[in-house]
Write a protein that binds this ligand. Structure first.
Ligand code: NAD
Length: 496
């Protein structure tokens, strides 16, 4: 896909260049500074589009648009069930344009087209799911004393900001904006600078529905400019940030100055725990899937593999064989593993692996760049297993964000637990055993927001609350839990 193939309603020609504008208050607008940034195809380095580079001035306009849309009598008197209908319409439109959105997502992120299609379908499902709950956000009545009726109502929080990373752009935008709109908020999205294409396309589809102007706004731009300005703005009532720990800390510190609540969905270093009594074929299949999905650039990737000592060699062989059958290449050809998002990210992976090697790690398979004929600009990395790594070494503790899994062995349940919890992160954990008692004991003691027993889903289904313990963040996205992020509770006491 090249620049000219990208067909957007919000685009304008500047000389021979096509520029994609932002979406504010129902209008397609250039940035106030009239500057742009570029987004490239990570498979081949081709320029995909130039995008409006938003900053503080643009954020101000987006907040004004969101504020007047939120306060308007139209939105304030909107029936919750009608908000639901709008969200259903959005889901239908996403499915109508599924292939176009998937192709854009693959071009922008590099991910295999099958995975992009699954992401687009997941985005549609978020809108379906939260459409269904728009008129089911209940309060309570609380027994105080005779003659007092006490009740609570969940009210929208106001203007919500949604800062999205580059690894699952359309899914992550959909998961929080659908919940926020369902509960009656006005939203402003800041897509990642590496991958803004599907957010703008989604805005185009949403523009065709009856959602009032200003309820959804997109400000494109860099984190240090548009992102910071959004978090700083006094009228933003909630920030949902998905991204790295270091940026999460910066976002939380900035938001604290205005006492703005935040939901932080950060990184992970999730363990898959393999007991000798598990179904090894099935476990090995999922262990591989959990680390190669989106070339390992997944917050909930199963990047630590803990194997019971007496089956370690056999199990490593099983996953080695599976990994060596995988294809590496451009996502549009539906290879199993696409390119790494950028050279910077690729270098980080390569450096972490080579440092581990110098510290004595054994490369079971992989550990090198793959050069693809016709895609020489793309940074492809072979799926990699590392063994003989100390549990406190850098590669065992840092989020690599690439197709790299580190193996450890354990002798018993308590050692498995100790290794599993030996991380600053706590997003997801997989437990593989036929002993259901053992599985539940561990599930109760592992410090992670989602536990999978004899299965593993990157983040799980849209209905399952998802979020982290420890440095993986706090607050929960997905499922009904997410509604708490986007509502505030009011208590009313009536004497009669
Ligand atoms: P990142 O932190 O660099 O950027 C994320 C977003 O924040 C981008 O839109 C960026 O422009 C913006 N940003 C950057 N600096 C900012 C600032 N100072 N203020 C406001 N916004 C700012 O993260 P990334 O590299 O895009 O994504 C990878 C990380 O995201 C990984 O650590 C991964 O684990 C995590 N992640 C978590 C989840 C989850 O749900 N837990 C999902 C996907 C990715």
């Amino acid at each position: 896909m090249s620049m000219v193939d990208v067909d957007y309603k919000g685009s304008i020609m500047i000389g021979k260049e096509k520029h994609l504008r932002m979406y504010i208050g129902g209008e397609w607008v250039e940035s106030q500074s009239k500057t742009v940034f570029a987004t490239y195809n990570p498979a081949n380095g081709q320029l995909l589009a130039k995008i409006a580079r938003g900053s503080e001035e643009d954020v101000k306009l987006a907040v004004e648009a969101a504020d007047s849309a939120f306060e308007s009598s139209e939105w304030q008197s909107f029936h919750p069930a009608n908000r639901g209908k709008l969200l259903y319409d959005i889901a239908l439109k996403i499915r109508d344009k599924k292939e176009e959105l998937s192709q854009l997502e693959t071009a922008d992120t590099g991910k295999p087209i099958t995975q992009a299609r699954a992401d687009v379908e997941a985005a549609a499902k978020y809108f379906d799911y939260y459409a269904g709950v728009a008129d089911k956000v209940f309060g309570e009545t609380i027994p105080i004393e005779p003659g007092i009726l006490d009740y609570t109502v969940r009210e929208p929080i106001g203007i919500t900001a949604h800062i999205v990373p580059w690894n699952y752009p359309i899914q992550i935008m959909a998961r929080s904006t659908a919940a926020a709109i369902a509960t009656g908020n006005a939203v402003i999205v800041k897509p990642a600078e590496d991958t803004p294409l599907t957010a703008l396309k989604l805005a185009e589809l949403i523009d065709e529905t009856d959602l009032p102007n200003g309820i959804l706004n997109i400000v494109t731009g860099y984190g240090q400019e548009a992102g910071v300005a959004l978090v700083k703005h006094r009228k933003v009532s909630h920030v949902t940030f998905t991204g790295s720990v270091i940026t999460g800390i910066a976002v939380m510190s900035e938001a604290a100055k205005n006492v703005t609540p935040v939901t932080l969905e950060l990184g992970g270093k999730s363990p898959n725990i393999i007991f000798a009594d598990c179904d090894m074929e099935e476990a090995s299949e999922w262990v591989v899937k959990s680390i190669i999905q989106n070339a390992g650039q997944t917050c909930s990737a199963g990047s630590r593999l803990l194997i019971e000592e007496n089956i370690k060699d056999e199990f490593l062989e099983l996953i080695k064989v599976r990994m060596e059958k995988l294809t590496v290449g451009p996502g549009i050809e539906d290879s199993d593993i696409g390119p790494i998002i950028s050279e910077k990210q690729f270098n980080r992976i390569a450096e972490l692996v080579s440092a581990a090697r110098e510290e004595g790690a054994r490369i079971v398979t992989g550990g090198e760049r793959v050069i693809i004929e016709g895609s020489k600009e793309g940074c492809f990395y072979r799926p990699t297993i590392l063994d003989q790594v100390g549990p406190n070494q850098c590669i065992a503790q840092e989020e690599v964000f690439g197709p790299v899994v580190t193996a450890f062995s354990f002798y018993d349940e308590s050692e498995a637990l100790e290794l599993a919890n030996n991380s600053e992160y706590g997003l997801v954990a997989g437990i593989w055993t036929k002993d259901i008692g053992k599985a539940h004991r561990l599930a109760g003691k592992i410090k992670a927001g989602q536990i999978f027993i004899n299965n593993y889903g990157a983040g799980g289904g849209i209905q399952m609350p998802f979020g982290g313990y420890k440095k993986s963040g706090f607050g929960r996205e997905k499922g009904l839990e997410a509604l708490r992020n986007y509502t505030q509770l009011k208590n009313v006491a009536v004497k009669f």
